[in-house]
Design a protein around this ligand. Sequence first.
Ligand code: FES
Length: 108
Amino acid sequence: MSDSPFVRVAALSDLEEDSPQRVELDGTPISLVRTEGEVFAIHDICSHANVSLSEGEVEDCHIECWLHGSSFDLRTGKPDSLPATRPVPVYPVKIEGDDVLVSVTQES
Ligand code: FES
């Protein structure tokens, strides 16, 4: 096992502003979002139903679920609007040159 839990998942230059990109890391679906000069990694599945958040819209550091419109804060994963009430996991991101690295190590 590696000491570093961070794994390269994408090239920074491939990420378009406000255009989420779905990647998988160790079987975990992640939506990568480049917005407002930062890159965020949020679990790709809505906490309300089995819907891919990467197909939603990004605005104001939030990603909106396209099915029922809940908006999740990309920094915390918390929903700001119903019907979702539970947060979606968010993951730490590191940028090294053109590499985007994410760690999905879970606390348990
Ligand atoms: S499935 Fe996402 S808000 Fe309902």
